[in-house]
Design a protein around this ligand. Structure first.
Ligand code: BTN
Length: 234
């Protein structure tokens, strides 16, 4: 595995996207980012003290492309497991790509497909403590415990955890992975408002089901929300 470490980048995802001789599990870590990317074109606040990293995964020809839609979920579970190895906090998985603790976001994941590769970009709030206008909704490991952490150690812990979870996906253990996610499903039982491409629907979130979709009970019917299609508001 090749590892690249920078003081500053525009975005670790962009670094791998533009890399000419990209290889599987190339890993890049930046201390800060000037244009950190979030999902749906959002900016990702990239202060010093956060773990900001991306790694590359090559599409496996034995795995159907639609299975790769589950990658953000597998990455989210890996972050959660990696952080749980460090601290005994109540980390929860927020479908599709986030990790929460105490009702606040501690990590976000952006997966992009570039040719035969998937770039998995992960931001984890580790030693950073200022969130400005996001302070009601975001937290960090340091804010939760009062301790300081070794960022490179956390990055390696999460990447190694991802490798283990990805092998499980390749081996067809999706059902077990899904059960683990559902035990930690932050959205389950919560009233949410879902932005679909053409309309907004309200309902109570349920389990993560086959294909990584999320059940939503609207009171009239139980729908299945597709990964990548929705934006959930509380
Ligand atoms: C989200 O919650 O919207 C996803 C945030 C993903 C942020 C990470 S930080 C490292 C990597 N590089 C980026 O530009 N984005 C991801």
């Amino acid at each position: 595995m090749r590892k690249y470490i920078f003081e500053e980048l525009d975005s670790t995802n962009n670094f791998l996207r533009d890399k000419k001789d990209l290889r599987e599990y190339d890993l890049v870590v930046a201390r800060t980012q000037t244009s950190g990317k979030g999902r749906r074109g959002n900016q990702w606040r990239s202060d010093e003290g956060a773990a900001l990293f991306s790694f590359a995964l090559k599409k496996d020809k034995n795995l159907d492309l639609k299975e790769y839609r589950k990658l953000p979920l597998v990455a989210g579970l890996s972050v959660l497991k990696g952080l749980s190895d460090l601290e005994d906090l109540e980390f929860q998985f927020k479908w599709t790509n986030d990790v929460y603790v105490g009702g606040k976001k501690i990590s976000g994941i952006l997966v992009e497909m570039i040719g035969d590769f998937f770039i998995i970009g992960i931001g984890i709030n580790v030693n950073n403590k200022e969130f400005g206008e996001l302070s009601e909704r975001a937290t960090s490991l340091s804010l939760e415990t009062g301790k300081e952490y070794d960022i490179q150690g956390i990055v390696m812990g999460v990447v190694n955890e991802f490798k283990l979870q990805y092998v499980r996906l390749l081996k067809g253990e999706w059902s077990e992975l899904k059960s683990e996610m559902n035990c930690l499903n932050y959205l389950k039982g919560r009233r949410v408002s879902v932005q679909l491409p053409d309309r907004i629907i309200d309902g109570i979130a349920g389990d993560i089901v086959e294909d990584g979709m999320l059940e939503l009970n609207t009171g009239v019917e139980t729908m299945k929300l597709d990964i990548g299609e929705v934006h959930i508001k509380f």
